[in-house]
Write a protein that binds this ligand. Structure first.
Ligand code: HEC
Length: 164
């Protein structure tokens, strides 16, 4: 019996998730709905994920050698949280980034860019997605984009599907 208790204790320590807690605002189902819409409606131009160090190297040292047609989703995720709204309250921040995303996706305009000029200069502009995505879909897209890539202490919920 003691043996089994010992085994149980070892396993609970090994698999405890105390060091990785998702924020209460995170909703796995909405995230997956958003991810699906992104894959269907945005990946013809936006790559979903490339390691940030590689993205930076590509745009700032290698003249877009990867030939990317648009910023990657994790790049947008990173900049979205950095540039839009108030980072101190995730629940409220999600509303702010959602409003921004609706405004951008339905009426794209370079003056609304959250990415650096050194990145945007490689692209030819984004067509409006009006009629392609609904506002409700953009809310799910926002949830996905918000939690996709962590950002310096503001959101450490780095995208790792094995943890969801
Ligand atoms: C036909 C290609 C294309 C499609 C499809 C597309 N985008 Fe874009 N998107 C771009 C380009 C190119 C940019 C870079 C901005 C520019 O060139 O003006 C961009 C920029 C963005 C930005 C702002 C990033 C910044 O700082 O400039 C967001 C947010 C965005 N796209 C979200 C989406 C979402 C969400 C979808 C799917 C519903 C989508 N895009 C579909 C081409 C596209």
């Amino acid at each position: 019996m003691k043996f089994f208790i010992a085994i149980f204790l070892v396993f609970s320590v090994l698999f405890s998730s105390d060091d990785y807690e998702l924020p209460e605002e995170f909703d796995k189902q909405t995230y997956e709905v958003g991810e699906n819409i992104f894959e269907q409606k945005c990946t013809s131009c936006h790559v979903k994920f490339i390691d940030m160090n590689k993205v930076v190297r590509n745009f700032f040292h290698e003249d877009n050698k990867m030939n990317l047609k648009a910023p990657t989703a994790n790049q947008i995720s990173f900049r979205l949280k950095q540039q839009i709204g108030d980072k101190s309250d995730i629940e409220f921040h999600l509303y702010e980034t959602s409003d921004y995303l609706k405004s951008y996706v339905l009426a794209p305009d370079r003056s609304k860019s959250v990415c650096l000029e050194g990145v945007i200069k490689y692209f030819n502009g984004m067509p409006s997605m009006r009629g392609v995505v609904t506002e409700e879909e953009i809310e799910s897209l926002n949830h996905f984009l918000y939690f996709l890539e962590g950002f310096n202490g503001i959101n450490e919920y780095f995208h790792d599907e094995t943890l969801f």
